[in-house]
Design a protein around this ligand. Sequence first.
Ligand SMILES: Nc1nc2c(ncn2[C@@H]2O[C@H](COP(=O)(O)OP(=O)(O)OP(=O)(O)O)[C@@H](O)[C@H]2O)c(=O)[nH]1
Ligand SMILES: [Mg+2]
Length: 195
Amino acid sequence: MKVNTADFVKSAFEERHWPRGSRPEIAFLGRSNVGKSSLINSLLGRKKLARTSNTPGRTQSINFFLINEAFCFVDLPGYGYAKVPKKIKAGWGKMAEDYLANRRQLVLSIQIVDVRHRPSILDLELYDWLSYHHKKSLVVATKADKLSNNKLRNSLKIVAECMPGSTILPYSSVTGKGKEEVWHEIGNVLNSRNG
Ligand SMILES: Nc1nc2c(ncn2[C@@H]2O[C@H](COP(=O)(O)OP(=O)(O)OP(=O)(O)O)[C@@H](O)[C@H]2O)c(=O)[nH]1
Ligand SMILES: [Mg+2]
């Protein structure tokens, strides 16, 4: 996929602020600090379009990006960051769940896991939720640059065991490894919608 334009559309804290229109949306999901925003920037070839940070929980709103005037990337708040006050945490969870459950424009959910770690309970809960609700999804195992090839292979095996039946693609936002493969999956979903 050639990215001609990529623009930040808006940051939404409430459902009524979600963009209108029927452009298909691809959502990026995963625990806090796993590398969602970095993956978006890496795919788009833009260093700072989505805000990244060493502080977990940086992305608190739902952020929309318009690509090639045709479809949107949606950066959802991360889950599972222990230090966030309960009340805010519940709000985030609800907002993300409302989006996933109700958003008609959603065509693909990209679930991001850290390839170095066994998927957490929350990762698996989200994974089960997506498959139970028949959401089209893809697992991206990021931070692959932090492992040797051997370790990477073993880690991917573990992720595959925990998340059976899903397409799992290794990725690195640092080296760009996996970029073509992820775009290929996104392209397939977008094309199948265009008939
Ligand atoms: N080595 C390496 N570091 C990465 C990779 N992806 C993200 N990081 C680092 O991980 C940290 C978190 O990345 P973000 O993209 O901000 O993570 P996020 O999931 O958007 O975080 P929240 O918005 O807080 O939920 C940053 O320090 C990134 O530089 C990767 O593929 N490889
Ligand atoms: Mg983020």
